[in-house]
Design a protein around this ligand. Sequence first.
Ligand SMILES: NC(=O)c1ccc[n+]([C@@H]2O[C@H](COP(=O)([O-])OP(=O)(O)OC[C@H]3O[C@@H](n4cnc5c(N)ncnc54)[C@H](O)[C@@H]3O)[C@@H](O)[C@H]2O)c1
Ligand SMILES: O=P(O)(O)OC[C@@H](O)[C@@H](O)[C@H](O)[C@H](O)CO
Length: 459
Amino acid sequence: MARRPVRRDGIRSGRMSEPVPRLTRAALARAGEPLEAAPARIVHLGVGAFHRAHQAWYTSRAPDAADWGIAAFTARTDAVARRLAPQDGVYTLVERGPEADRFEHIGSIVEVHPATRTDRLRELVAAPSTAVATLTITEAGYHLRPDGVLDLADVEIAHDVEALRGGRFDALLTPLARLLLGLADRRTDGVEPIAIVSCDNLPDNGARLAAALAVLASETGRTGALQAASFVNTSVDRITPRTTEADLEAIAEATGWRDEAPAVTEPFADWTLSGEFPSGHPAWDAAGARFVGDIRAHTQRKLLVLNGGHLVLAFEGLRRGLATVADAIADRDCRRALERFWDEAARTVGSPDTDAYRAALEERFANRRIEHPLAQIAVDTVTKLSLRVLPVIRAERAAGRDAAGSTAVVAAWAACRTAGLLPGERSDRGEFDRALDTLLEGADPRDGEAIVAAVTPPG
Ligand SMILES: NC(=O)c1ccc[n+]([C@@H]2O[C@H](COP(=O)([O-])OP(=O)(O)OC[C@H]3O[C@@H](n4cnc5c(N)ncnc54)[C@H](O)[C@@H]3O)[C@@H](O)[C@H]2O)c1
Ligand SMILES: O=P(O)(O)OC[C@@H](O)[C@@H](O)[C@H](O)[C@H](O)CO
């Protein structure tokens, strides 16, 4: 980063008298910081903050970055495209440590499109030059039932099944349907398979995506499409809260560039991948990622200990009127609830390195400069509880223990939900009962009574 005033150490350099220019590839080149656009060989769906802090960052750090550009699509609204496209995909990544910020311009995203550009997505997924498609579309974006199968009764999926059957491709609503179209074209053209890399916080994320696409394909007469893809399971880790307007101002002040689409993240990053890449991939391993044979234990540890732990802090913290993860872990009662859950989650994971992971996580959660709102975590809560807490209840009870720490998370969820503290989730009795029924559908029937008891006030 050459433009003045630039401070990589997080010390702000004072207000500038000159107007702050907009970050673009051309403006960077003029300022002596050229970031060449690589050919687009990766397609990404869901260009949110996490993609910019994780996969796009790893790609920018790979030694062969000059060969691997990303064509990024939003997954739902066009908000990020409106901010990032005028910057030619270039943005600032702020690595926010406990003491200071580090600023870096990332140039690996070379095309930015709104989700509705199905035509371009289709063309890119089918193109022989495209080797990889990555996704960060949130857990809700997979439209799975509590048993993990694609929910054909879901309104958006039902809509897209009809649209695919009727050839109304411009009307598609879901990333899954758009991706399927591209794969069908790739298959028709006989192109080498593409690797599809789910980077969402789901266990067996690649396998679940493959199964969901298989259902969609069979419902719409495109069963051959899946032969054009290999599905990769991943575990992804880097705490990346939503960017705020205050972040934009601080970045302009610190770097001298106006950036409408930065991402703010913690220094820690992990990316573990398992699967085949028939058409190749960037040297992400040289940038710190790990390719492994069996990913299950790794994924389970991350989802239960980190994401399950986040849920504990979110529900316990929101009940107490707290705002962020750092606030909650500093609260004695929240901390106690977290430790009780972690003791049980560690037994469920059963791997010896969980203690070290947990100790490191305490520091990551306590980083006060990362303002991770509890309200951002506490969304889509039934799905998250099913995947991150119910497995702990199951394992504890199967071992003859009372699962008090993990059932307490369900009790805290119920308290938040009925008190109207969960954003976007209705608190009336009927809605709560429906949510509880859905949660129970995803639970082992042997745990039903314990879960119901946890959410039922005594007396
Ligand atoms: N932020 C993190 O700390 C983090 C860390 C690890 C993994 N992840 C994974 O990445 C996902 C995205 O995180 P983010 O911080 O980028 O979120 P974000 O809100 O910034 O972006 C999410 C993207 O998903 C889209 N989306 C949201 N709901 C959708 C739905 N129902 N259907 C289709 N698309 C939908 C949004 O439009 C957006 O493009 C998370 O849900 C999680 O699975 C995030
Ligand atoms: O992103 P979600 O919605 O799956 O869960 C919220 C957070 O727990 C999550 O985003 C973590 O910050 C992340 O998984 C850290 O790697």
